[in-house]
Design a binder for this molecule. Sequence first.
Ligand code: 5GP
Ligand code: MN
Length: 321
Amino acid sequence: MPLKKNYVPAAEFLKNFKGSILLASHENPDGDTVGSALALYLALKKLGKDITVGCKDKVPYFLEFLPASRDYIKLPTEREFDLCIIVDASSHTRLGVPVKAKKFMRIDHHKGGDFYGEHDLIDVEAPATALVAYYLLKNLNEELIDRDIATCIYTGLATDTGFFINSNTDADTLKLAAYLVKRYKVDPHEVAVNVKERNPVRRLKLLSKVLDTLELHKGGKVASIYVLKEWMDKLGATYEDTEGFVNYARSIDGVEVAIFIIEKPEEGVWKISLRSKGNFDVSKVCEKFGGGGHEYAAGCKIDRKYSLEEVKKLLLEAINL
Ligand code: 5GP
Ligand code: MN
């Protein structure tokens, strides 16, 4: 498979690294950060490394089927690590909590962000960090990859590409997915059922409320939806239950950009998710508000001193469609 990035230095760095390592997933973890971190965790454990995997938030129910998902520790922790590897995030601030480490490393596919040194492995052309993790392991020692590790990688690839339909899906993505299925016997159906078809009833009830908030703007090119904390509390729902809601807004014929606004009073913010059908770069919009992401999927946070209507207005002004 054609690779533009040199994966060898990061592989050598990890192979030779002697101290304790924390693999850290970003807050509100998704399939890519969890799949990539667990793939690396399982492989580095096989190599006998002193390795821990952690996240501020718990692994969402739809990823609990992944091998070793129960090994995640809750961050922050008092422990200081020799190395913290930030997985699928552009900077340590995306972890949502402080981490004590002598050294940082980034394994990722986001543009821009913070750099921690020569050993960083950031491949902005990769559709998912899971692909970066795969080639890193291939360069480290291909023998380490087994069915469990391949399943984690496949799940990262599948979730970040919206099960191989988002605009980041290309021939190399499909080839790698097919290879993981053929060579390691990853079961695509098992992954899909676990990720997509274990919805709790509360999630669908919440979705019905959220879809009621749908508004179209800019002659139908932008769609917005929102969720209030009070609705989640009433249904016993949490933020993980809102994963993917934004795609319903994007799915409307003629919509180029979808906005999903999530009320997060405990952080004093509105969490924003933007999605594009591919012709408008939503990461540029989120960067204006201190966030980031990709052309087709990006996020940011906006202070709750702004009302919901003000937040919509701010976003619509920034989306120059
Ligand atoms: P989501 O909308 O699912 O939270 O995130 C979509 C994409 O935007 C992901 O690639 C994610 O890493 C990125 N993203 C989401 N929120 C933030 C944020 O607050 N800051 C930055 N830099 N990236 C974000
Ligand atoms: Mn990702």
